[in-house]
Design a protein around this ligand. Structure first.
Ligand SMILES: Cc1ncc(COP(=O)(O)O)c(C=O)c1O
Length: 387
């Protein structure tokens, strides 16, 4: 139905059923034109291009993201090539000379997990990690832990990368944390997949996401929403953080921008921002928004599961599907098999038949996106695979 928007990626991958959209989403054709536009703008403006980016292009993309998240605060958005950089800036706002307490889960993406595990080698950090499974009572368990102590930082995903399960009541968790706690949401699997309204918590949360997945702009355009009124002074800071209106620093101190730019780094390639803007324009022209894309994807997931039921594969079936509440689930389905060897084998077998999935440990993930058509989903090969 929407394949005409993705002609180039589809043409380059003929014969494949690409179910790894949650990992490496196809780029719509308009992003190719955006790349050329970036080149042409760079050639035409040379020394003046940065002024142009900061006064014309960045504000447009900030506006669109703020609308999608309903923060009402485009000026609080700051960009970086990846979320890790933004995460580290937030972490560097903490006072590492004193003992620190961090609360998170056992299901955060490697950018956070690896970094926090490294920092946890310091004797001064106390890291508490709440298991996400069983998911039925996860939010209650997380809430109990949150209320049981005073944490300096909370880090939690909106949609967990290793299951697709989504937090039902983010605002309730955020509001349960003391005002002094930095509350960070990893929104990478939520942004532009699930309708998201941060209006009630825009003054409390850091929200991290990027363009590589459901935003369809490819790598290189990650962002953070910085809580309104935030006066933190990240120690890991780049010279872009001194753009715009500056706050009053004590004598001898480094000054920071008063808005989201206080969390900025330095020179980056903004071609990904051009691609992201092109995707926003394309969706608008097609009268699509996050809610309509989400409905379309849910329909694809429904068709996929119906087919799966018909084929009765011993491993790839509903009994191995990690899903708690279909109304609060991301754009991929995760099957937990008995061991990682089985997952690898199935992943490779499917690949040989042109079915592209994503294998992580004992979990096999299938993602869904606009460039798939329900009537083209074909899992009949499952009946031919040997075990
Ligand atoms: C939940 C989540 N967060 C973040 C990222 C990306 O992290 P980074 O931008 O640091 O590479 C991913 C990428 O797959 C992810 O799944």
């Amino acid at each position: 139905m929407y394949q005409h928007l993705y002609r180039r990626f589809l043409q380059a991958n003929q014969g494949k059923q690409h179910f790894a959209c949650h990992s490496h989403h196809y780029w719509p054709d308009v992003t190719r034109d955006a790349m050329l536009r970036y080149w042409d703008d760079s050639a035409a403006r040379v020394d003046d291009k940065w002024d142009y980016f900061f006064s014309e292009r960045i504000p447009v993309v900030q506006q669109k993201i703020a609308q999608i998240l309903n923060t009402g605060a485009p000026q609080q958005l700051v960009f970086a090539p990846n979320t890790h950089e933004l995460l580290y800036r937030i972490l560097s706002s903490l006072d590492w000379c004193k003992p620190l307490k961090v609360l998170s889960t056992d299901s955060e993406f490697h950018s956070f997990t690896r970094q926090i595990n490294r920092l946890n080698e310091r004797q001064t950090l106390q890291l508490t990690s709440v298991p996400t499974l069983p998911f039925a009572d996860f939010e209650q368990r997380f809430m109990r832990t949150l209320k049981g102590d005073e944490y300096d930082l909370v880090f939690i995903s909106q949609v967990f990368f290793n299951s697709g399960m989504a937090i039902e009541n983010l605002a309730k968790l955020v509001n349960a944390a003391p005002k002094s706690t930095l509350f960070v949401i990893d929104g990478y699997h939520g942004f532009m997949a699930l309708p998201t309204d941060l209006s009630g918590i825009a003054d409390r949360v850091f929200y991290l996401a990027g363009s590589y997945k459901y935003a369809q702009g490819g790598e290189g355009c990650c962002f953070a929403h910085i809580p309104l009124g935030c006066t933190l002074r990240p120690e890991y800071t780049g010279w872009f953080a001194e753009f715009g209106e500056l706050d009053l620093a004590r004598q001898g101190q480094v000054q920071y921008s008063t808005d989201g730019m206080r969390f900025a780094g330095s020179t980056m390639d903004f071609s990904a921002l051009y691609r992201l803007e092109a995707v926003f324009d394309m969706l608008e022209e097609e009268h699509l928004n996050v809610a309509t894309v989400h409905d379309y994807v849910r329909q694809l997931q429904h068709t996929f599961l119906q087919q799966l039921d018909r084929h009765q594969h011993p491993e790839l079936n509903r009994s191995h599907l990690l899903m708690h509440n279909p109304a609060h689930h991301g754009h991929f389905l995760t099957f937990q098999l008995s061991d990682s060897a089985k997952v690898q084998r199935l992943h490779q077998q499917l690949k040989q038949h042109g079915i592209i999935t994503d294998a992580r440990g004992d979990r096999l993930r299938f993602g869904f996106a606009l460039y798939q058509n329900a009537e083209q989903i074909d899992l009949s090969v499952l009946e031919q695979l040997d075990e």
